[in-house]
Design a protein around this ligand. Structure first.
Ligand code: MG
Length: 376
């Protein structure tokens, strides 16, 4: 029986992880469940799965009998007596859990992008110290992991991430100024949470994935590229020295990489296999980096390293929040990020506290530039 601590259990990845566990109740169980603020949904999951402990970071939550409630400052106890920590919390908040899981030495199935985008250097250092394993859940990085035969240190020549291109791929700059939050939330292929869906529309998400690939596979930025693939069937590719390329294909369904992160190297039945003849064709287009500046801003921050990816992310979280509330235009998301990156100097990412402090300083700065006051 594989004991899973699921962090971010009420979000999109968390709910799909629960589906995977329901399908194989004799193989998987939850030892701990945690969420940010959805106390009612957490209670229902605790009733169904009877975890030993549960944590609700904010808001009311009284666990059912048999489950111990953990306070935020006792989050390390989430990873006691578990085999895999599935980190699916959203945003910068996920980094703290990833570091606690790495410190506990348990295998980490990572679905939280910000852990590597903001804290890649810290997370890798902690993994090296404790020997904890890191397995990607994001579909692109799972594809690369599979093409490398589950070896993060395998040799390759180049990584190519596929991108759906989001809902605004073919719009003009003029049209981009008029799109709304509702337009941005209509993702063509994947069903995801609101923040990442907007990040897919700005292509910031692909910039994040380049930074993650850099940390996960030790690849210099020059060896990581992206291509638009509107059908989201090819999940990413690895090129080798002889020009051969391996790709992983499948329907866009996150339950496949979630399940694989739990069972690898073993594979169990999961979703429908591909019907290539029914698909007919797959298309690929050049990646439009010039049209969507968030991508280039992310790559620049990733290359600079230190605290700058945290500045990038904090400004993005605030800007996307403002865009979703209808308070700024779509192009203003990139402008907010660019302004914040210009306002802060790079510092070493030497500890979590430094990044947490950078995160809150940048948020205050971004809110001031968005609303004229640092209160949200
Ligand atoms: Mg992805």
């Amino acid at each position: 029986m594989l004991k899973i601590a699921l962090i971010g259990c009420t979000g999109s990845i968390g709910r799909q992880t629960a589906d995977v566990v329901r399908r194989y109740p004799d193989r998987f169980c939850f030892s701990a469940l945690a969420c940010a603020n959805a106390g009612e949904a957490l209670f229902a999951l605790c009733r169904e799965f009877s975890p030993r402990s549960a944590l609700c970071a904010q808001g009311d939550f009284v666990p059912p009998a048999g489950t111990r409630r953990l306070a935020v400052q006792d989050a390390a106890a989430l990873f006691e007596d578990c085999d895999v920590a599935l980190i699916a919390a959203g945003g910068f908040a996920g980094l703290r859990y990833t570091l606690l899981a790495a410190r506990a030495g348990v295998r980490i199935a990572l679905a939280n992008k910000e852990s590597l985008v903001c804290g890649g250097e810290l997370v890798l250092r902690e993994l090296a110290r404790t020997g904890a394993q890191l397995v990607p859940v994001d579909s692109e990085h799972s594809a690369i992991f599979q093409c490398l035969a589950f070896r993060r240190d395998a040799a390759f020549d180049r990584l190519v991430l596929t991108a759906s291109g989001g809902p605004f791929l073919h719009l003009s700059q003029e049209e981009l100024r008029r799109v709304t939050a509702a337009d941005a939330l209509k993702h063509p292929t994947w069903k995801m949470g609101a923040k990442i869906t907007v990040d897919s529309a700005t292509l910031l998400n692909k910039g994040y994935e380049v930074i993650e690939a850099h940390h996960l596979y030790g690849a210099p930025f020059e060896k990581i590229g992206a291509v638009v693939h509107p059908e989201s069937i090819v999940h990413s590719l690895v090129y080798f020295a002889d020009g051969a390329a391996l790709a992983q294909l499948g329907y866009p369904d996150m339950r496949v990489p979630i399940q694989l992160a739990l069972t690898y190297p073993e594979r169990l039945p999961c979703e429908e296999p591909l019907d290539l003849a029914a698909l007919g064709r797959l298309t690929f287009l050049p990646f439009p980096a010039e049209k969507f500046p968030c991508y280039g801003l992310a790559i620049a921050a990733g290359k600079a390293g230190g605290t700058l990816p945290t500045v990038l992310n904090a400004a993005a979280e605030e800007a996307v929040h403002a865009f979703l509330a209808g308070r700024i235009t779509f192009p203003a998301i990139a402008q907010t990020i660019e302004g914040a990156l210009g306002a802060f100097a790079r510092e070493e990412a030497d500890c979590f506290e430094r990044l947490a402090e950078t995160d809150s300083r940048t948020r205050a700065y971004a809110r001031k530039s968005l609303y004229g006051t640092s209160a949200s």
